[in-house]
Design a protein around this ligand. Structure first.
Ligand SMILES: Nc1ncnc2c1ncn2[C@@H]1O[C@H](COP(=O)(O)OP(=O)(O)OP(=O)(O)O)[C@@H](O)[C@H]1O
Length: 336
């Protein structure tokens, strides 16, 4: 799938990201509330939460663009501003990344490359790598959202960084683009880099992320692997007499509950269910493994919170943030 490596196949050491008791208040509004988690190198970590949960604010604190009210966010044990070689350490593409509309994608990257002392050849290499070589000469103002995302990704990779921080990189990508992104992120993490990717949909990252961190209302609600979140898959079975099968399963020490159209059985071993049904003389009309519905799980965990669209007054839990803006200590962009 990859015609070339991001760094000639070089192995990266990554850097651990440590978010420790991190909080951010905007006036009386708590956007991020005592968050603690770590992000390990060599893995893709999904940073999830509904709109307004505090993902971007957390990433901005990690990148030194917003000052925490309390707590810390470090990259390899250092705050962003204390890094010796920021461009070679962290590449970021934040949601609000804007490119000058009149300048071509290639020129954008060339300006950034020149500032970082990198050759123009690196720019073409990256445009090729993110799949927009043909668009390189077009003005960025005419780019689709998906092309802007790819340009942001190229910009983030310019310095061949150990850590990649991407805010909603799948936004605006078509299904083929999302598939491409999944492979790309997995490849980058496979090189040993630390990859942190935010999203407001668990189902979007479930195939890519090794770990997920889920927040709601600025607070941690769950972290772990996707498999841990899903739990052990259960068996779903349809038969002519569900109650009799529940009884027969109970005798075999297997718990089952009736559900719409069949039974949910607390085992992922389909043979057990089939054998018990056979001994009970019951026909099997359907027998499948059923994993937890991640979309529903995400909704349950985050309680459907969306602080950007509530009608509650400012300052209320769940209410919109006041208009106050935080002092931004650096320029937001993809070339961090
Ligand atoms: N500079 C600011 N001043 C005031 N409120 C802010 C500021 N930045 C963010 N907020 C508020 O903090 C909350 C968290 O915002 P944030 O952008 O971090 O959420 P998010 O999880 O990234 O959401 P989205 O997916 O919509 O981008 C929101 O209610 C937002 O309105």
């Amino acid at each position: 799938m990859w015609r070339m490596s991001t760094s000639a196949g070089a192995r990266h050491t990554g850097s651990r990201l440590e978010i420790s008791n991190l909080s951010k208040k905007f006036g009386g509004f708590t956007a991020v509330d005592d968050l603690t988690f770590t992000v390990e190198p060599g893995r893709v970590t999904g940073f999830l939460g509904p709109n307004g949960a505090g993902k971007t604010t957390t990433l901005r604190m990690l990148l030194g663009l917003v000052n925490p009210t309390s707590g810390s966010a470090t990259i390899g044990g250092r705050r962003y501003r204390d890094l010796d070689n920021p461009l070679g350490t962290v590449g970021a593409a934040l949601e609000a990344t804007n490119f000058h509309p009149g300048r071509s994608g290639r020129n954008h990257l060339r300006v950034m490359a020149a500032a970082a002392g990198l050759p123009n050849s690196r720019v073409d290499e990256l445009l090729d790598l993110v799949g927009i070589p043909a668009a390189a000469k077009k003005r960025a103002g005419g780019y689709s959202m998906g092309m802007r995302q790819r340009l942001g990704l190229a910009a983030a990779l310019l310095g061949d960084p150990e850590v990649l921080i991407l805010d909603e990189p799948a936004n605006g990508l078509d299904p083929e683009g999302i598939r491409w992104l999944r492979g790309f992120l997995t490849h980058l993490a496979g090189e040993g880099r630390t990859v942190l990717v935010s999203s407001h949909m668990l189902t979007e990252v479930q195939q890519t992320a090794d770990e997920v961190v889920i927040i709601a209302n600025g607070r941690m609600v769950r972290s772990g692997t996707v498999a841990e979140l899903q739990g052990t898959p259960r068996a779903f079975v349809r038969t002519s007499d569900p109650d009799t099968l529940v009884g027969a399963l109970r005798v075999a020490d297997v718990t089952a509950e009736t559900t719409e159209g069949g039974l949910l059985v607390e085992t992922d071993d389909l043979r057990v269910v089939g054998d018990v049904a056979l001994r009970a003389g019951l026909p099997i009309w359907e027998l499948t493994r059923k994993a937890a519905d991640l979309e529903q799980l995400f909704f349950d965990l985050t309680d459907g919170t969306n602080r950007n669209y509530t009608g509650a007054p400012a300052g209320d839990p769940g209410g919109p943030a006041p208009a106050e803006r935080d002092a931004i200590t650096g320029q937001e962009g993809a070339n961090l």
